[in-house]
Design a protein around this ligand. Structure first.
Ligand SMILES: Nc1ncnc2c1ncn2[C@@H]1O[C@H](COP(=O)(O)OP(=O)(O)OP(=O)(O)O)[C@@H](O)[C@H]1O
Ligand SMILES: [Mg+2]
Length: 269
């Protein structure tokens, strides 16, 4: 049996806020298989981003374990972070923030290839163009600054920067939240396409269950730092077991009755 691309075992972290202990991540156990699309859903403040920060080693956990392809990366630091980041990449809600505003999109992606020592120097430009085309942009976008493209295009560029290293797992934290609904659908379509074409696992984080259930195969519902329910997306939606899942499915977060079909990708917005 192949190892999960990611496994979190009893992961915990707390913050002290105004003398109050906040258990932001409180004993999380999840696993994601290679090439799988896992959705993490929950209301604001339930700990989704903190969990992503622990997994991506942007923050140390208090206890528990993080395994990537069976390798313990819970405390990975220094030069070992490089091979870790080649396997696990993350894209955030604000795509502009993932670029240096003074550097062109192409230069930023080129630097990623350089930092990881990937490909021969002479071949790197071609790989940048290939990554941009993979996300529905073109070589022309490589010449623009982050401020010279739209929000949707910038999110595509952020995805290009992440997938150029061919990660095994891509973590997307609310990547569509700042975008128009029509552009959201395009980005979701694009993510599905990238996940399949690159055989990459996806951890898609969102507060929007109606969106998450549409294209993830399995999902976890988070509440107060814990995963309160997990299972195949269709089953969890059809037969929610936990009160909080029922709440997410209630009028607060209406789920459209129609099937989850998005429009095909039109020219990059
Ligand atoms: N650096 C920090 N210091 C203190 N408290 C923090 C810190 N980071 C997060 N928290 C707290 O941890 C809890 C979880 O926050 P987190 O950002 O992970 O939630 P979230 O589920 O991503 O919410 P949202 O949907 O609004 O993005 C919140 O109560 C938050 O205030
Ligand atoms: Mg968050």
């Amino acid at each position: 049996m192949t190892a999960p691309v990611l496994e979190c075992q009893d992961l915990k972290v707390s913050f002290l806020k105004k003398n109050r202990l906040i258990k932001a991540v409180d004993g999380v156990n999840i696993h994601i298989d290679p090439g799988e699309c896992f959705g993490l859903v929950g209301g604001s403040g339930c700990g989704k981003s903190t969990l992503a920060r622990l997994i991506t080693r942007l923050k140390d956990s208090d206890s528990g374990k993080i395994l990537v392809e069976n390798e313990d990366v819970t405390r990975v630091k220094g030069k070992d972070l490089k091979s870790f980041y080649r396997k696990v990449q993350m894209v955030f809600q604000d795509p502009v923030g993932s670029f240096d505003p003074r550097k062109t999109i192409g230069k930023s992606i080129l630097e990623v290839l350089g930092n990881f020592g990937l490909a021969k120097k002479a071949d790197r430009k071609e790989l940048v163009t290939e990554a941009l085309e993979m996300v529905g942009l073109s070589a022309e976008h490589a010449l623009r600054l982050p401020g010279q493209i739209s929000g949707g295009q910038c999110q595509r560029a952020a995805l290009a920067k992440a997938v150029v290293v061919r990660p095994k797992l891509l973590i997307c934290d609310e990547v569509t939240s700042a975008l128009d609904v029509s552009v959201q659908a395009q980005i979701i379509d694009l993510l599905s396409e990238l996940q399949k074409n690159l055989n990459m696992a996806l951890l898609f984080i969102s507060h929007d269950l109606s969106l998450v259930r549409c294209f993830t195969t399995r999902l976890g519902v988070m509440h107060d730092g814990r995963i309160v329910e997990t299972g195949p997306a269709d089953e969890v939606v059809a037969n929610p077991q936990h009160e909080h899942t029922k709440l997410l499915l209630s009028s607060l977060f209406p789920i459209p009755k129609r099937s989850c079909e998005f429009e095909p990708i039109s020219p990059a917005a």
